[in-house]
Design a protein around this ligand. Structure first.
Ligand code: C5P
Length: 219
């Protein structure tokens, strides 16, 4: 029915930042608020889907009607996503940290009096979208990613579509003057293998509702 376009569909969504531990009291993070991903989760649930939201640390309340799993790190987020599969649709909206500290300390790191700072050795995190996009048996029929860029938006989004095995990339310009990170509005461009669709500036809730409609048409 037209009023419940995602009835019976299972959706896994990631949202928010990740926190990568340095020691028990410190971490590496980013400015993602989780608002866009949470709005999509809520809109998908309202559209009749069975939604699992895998969220990094945020100050947001669990969206209504959504199974919300809270994690800290990229590794934990990947494990939770794998647990939530199989699903019909995956929407990877989290701002996953690209790197983590290779060996986080189990004690608080102290100044040692030498005046020299400690070295943080970073290693690359797993790419959750790329992992899901390239699954053999359990690949969801529709895999959607995001591209937050400050330059060459479409070229970068097209690159991600290919590299990560996605069906759609929701591209947005996160240059500071647009106030997307943490803000309530978003201006997105949908990049698929078929082309690019430009949407006007809207509230993140409205972007979520229209994205859910679009995803229902494609799935
Ligand atoms: O490569 P980049 O981080 O710009 O790609 C963004 C897209 O990839 C988003 O959909 C994001 O959720 C996803 N991603 C991921 N795991 C990572 C890095 C990005 O799922 N480690």
């Amino acid at each position: 029915p037209k009023d419940l376009p995602l009835k019976g569909k299972r959706i896994v969504i990631t949202a928010g930042p990740t926190h990568e531990p340095i020691d028990p009291v410190r971490y590496i993070a980013n400015r993602s608020s989780g608002k866009q991903g949470y709005a999509i989760a809520e809109a998908a649930a309202e559209a009749g889907a069975q939604v699992t939201l895998v969220s990094g640390p945020t100050i947001l309340a669990d969206p209504k009607g959504v199974e919300t799993i809270r994690v800290e790190s990229a590794n934990a987020m990947l494990a939770a996503v794998e647990c939530a599969l199989p699903a019909d649709i995956a929407i990877m909206a989290a701002a996953v940290a690209d790197w983590r500290v290779a060996h986080d300390s189990n004690q608080k790191i102290k100044k040692d009096g030498s005046g020299l700072p400690p070295a943080l050795n970073l290693v690359e995190n797993p790419d959750i979208l790329k992992t899901v996009g390239h699954l053999q048996d359990k690949r969801p029929k529709l895999v959607v990613g995001f591209a937050a860029e400050t330059n060459d938006l479409i070229a970068n989004a097209r690159g991600k579509l290919e590299r990560k095995g996605a069906d759609m990339i929701v591209a947005n310009d996160v240059s500071p003057e647009n106030n997307v990170m943490g803000g309530d509005n978003n201006t997105v461009r949908l990049v698929t293998h078929g082309g690019v669709e430009d949407w006007p500036k809207m509230g993140k809730d409205e972007v979520a509702r229209q994205l859910v409609q679009k995803i229902a048409e494609l799935s």
